[in-house]
Write a protein of this length. Structure first.
Length: 201
């Protein structure tokens, strides 16, 4: 039976096992690039940011606390890397070539999604998300693309779950308004599921 991400990270944190680290990189490389492309709106930057995330995982691996899921710990690093990058860059939206490459990018999700219905309007959804502020895009992606629970997102962003829920639903309403401005009014937006318990990874 293959080891979970958490188990691999524990081995790397404890023993400095390079094989465990390389397996984590293999599992997360494509998904991380896809997430960072969407969060930053910048295809070239996403690849550099991905490299910085993995470098920090390698450098600070010994500080990993197995009480947290690997995903939660890693995306704290992702959040910090994005925040540093945003301090250097003005807020950007997807340029046309970014959107085209994004459509062919690996999926950053890890399972069946609880997300907005994209039937026939995938580009319009992407364009609407691209018009959000960078921090707003990150919340949308953590919740919809990665399907993280509010508890997990709270651990990553350092905000109360109730605040995140309020922000999320306000953003979904905003996305619906942006789609309506584009003449799209028939899209059924995200519906919350009853269970939002964190997963063990």
């Amino acid at each position: 039976m293959s080891q979970t991400d958490r188990q691999l990270m524990e081995v790397f944190a404890r023993d400095g096992d390079r094989a465990a680290y390389e397996e984590l990189v293999r599992r997360w490389d494509a998904r991380l690039v896809a997430f960072l492309m969407k969060a930053s709106g910048n295809f070239e930057a996403a690849r550099d940011l991905r490299q910085e995330v993995f470098l920090r995982i390698y450098k600070y691996g010994s500080t990993y606390d197995p009480a947290f899921a690997f995903t939660t710990w890693m995306f704290r690093i992702v959040n910090n890397v994005l925040a540093t990058w945003r301090q250097r860059e003005a807020r950007r939206t997807f340029a046309p070539w970014d959107a085209d490459r994004l459509a062919q990018a690996p999926d950053s999700a890890r399972g069946p999604r609880e997300r907005a219905e994209l039937k026939g309007v995938g580009r319009e959804i992407r364009d609407a998300i691209a018009r959000l502020e960078a921090a707003e895009r990150e919340l949308i992606l953590l919740r919809l693309d990665l399907e993280l629970s509010y508890k997990e997102i709270s651990d990553i962003l350092g905000e109360p779950e109730t605040t995140l829920k309020s922000r999320f639903y306000a953003l979904m309403r905003r996305l619906k308004e942006l789609l309506a401005e584009s003449g799209i009014t028939s899209v059924e937006m995200y519906r919350e599921q009853q269970s939002t318990a964190p997963r063990t990874v």
